[in-house]
Design a protein around this ligand. Structure first.
Ligand SMILES: C[S@@+](CC[C@H](N)C(=O)[O-])C[C@H]1O[C@@H](n2cnc3c(N)ncnc32)[C@H](O)[C@@H]1O
Length: 303
């Protein structure tokens, strides 16, 4: 019989941020410093009481995002001319130095998911551990954090997203990070992996971070729970049979990391299949904000 669940679920947070801090969270919102801007944004899972007083939050913040309707909202400036609509952020660790353009969007996002930095480090470590030229496919790749990490670690990178504006944004981030040579693909991830499988193309690393509802460039709509089986099957077929790694991330469905694990545990033994939650800590109050789940699998190497 398999191991105990306690041994297979990890909680991980990134260690390399100096320009990002989760200052506080609670009351379904979070207060974050991102470079020279401090933001208040909705955070549905922050159901507890914030540690700082409301007046403290508004004293610090440059912007507050106010939800309007189910999906959109608007940003309210709280600091006059010091409230910038666009700025830049550096991520610097022993392995990576990346630079991003941040901007306010009408979906409360600003172009980066800081908790993902722990996944970027895994990608960079895995590419180095392969000890051979790496070819990495990043699906649902957004503004490219993981693509930049893979490229900086020396891989050939294929970056795929279905939204032209975010692919252009990722291209800008590549330039800001002084990188080049990433291949950009604007397509429905499902269709692309099915075609790549038919063509017999292989990758030494595949990363995927699918949303709960997929939307292709031609308006194709799908629900992850209806597609995840085929998607995982196609993705697994794209991995080189010898040394390779796979990273699956999920946020919006509220999935358990064990769901991701169960898609992979037939092929990867426990010591090369790590699953768990990503979180961001508040440095002072000891709150851990949960921000999605991951499964990382590898074979023929040790990241
Ligand atoms: C949760 S974000 C991924 C975040 C990214 N992993 C990061 O850390 O920066 C999901 C992305 O999937 C893209 N997307 C949605 N439906 C898609 C589809 N059918 N095919 C490809 N990309 C899709 C969205 O445009 C969005 O950029």
């Amino acid at each position: 019989m398999g191991g105990k669940a306690g041994a297979v679920i990890e909680a991980r947070c990134p260690k390399g941020w100096s320009e990002y801090t989760l200052i506080d969270c609670g009351g379904k919102e979070k207060l974050e410093r991102m470079g020279n801007q401090i933001l208040i944004r909705p955070e549905p899972q922050a159901l507890w009481t914030p540690r700082l007083a409301v007046e403290e939050w508004t004293k610090y913040a440059h912007w507050r995002f106010v939800q309007q309707g189910a999906h959109g909202g608007r940003w309210i400036p709280l600091k006059g001319k010091d409230s910038k609509t666009e700025w830049q952020l550096n991520y610097q660790s022993d392995a990576l130095h990346l630079r991003f353009r941040l901007a306010l969007t009408s979906f409360k996002h600003v172009g980066i998911f800081p908790e993902q930095a722990d996944n970027w480090e895994f990608v960079a470590r895995s590419i180095r551990a392969l000890k051979k030229p790496a070819k990495v496919l990043n699906l649902f790749a957004y503004t490219g954090g993981a693509s930049l990490a893979a490229r900086q670690a020396g891989a050939d990178v294929v970056h795929l997203d279905s939204v032209r504006q975010v692919v252009d944004w990722a291209h800008e981030n590549m330039k800001l990070s002084r990188l080049d040579g990433i291949r950009w693909i604007l397509e429905d991830a499902r269709k692309f992996v099915a075609r790549e499988r038919k063509r017999g193309h292989r990758y030494s690393g595949v990363l995927l971070d699918p949303p709960a509802y997929g939307l292709g460039p031609a308006g194709e709509r799908w629900k992850l729970e209806d597609q995840i089986h085929t998607l995982m099957d196609d993705v697994r077929a794209l991995l080189e049979p010898d040394a390779h790694f796979l990273l699956v991330n999920a946020y919006s469905l509220g999935l358990s990391s064990l769901v991701l694990r169960n898609f992979l545990s037939d092929a990867y033994p426990n010591d090369s299949l790590h699953t768990g939650e990503l979180y961001l800590p508040t440095p002072e109050s000891g709150i851990f904000l949960p921000l999605g789940v991951f499964a990382r699998a590898w074979t023929g190497m040790a990241p």
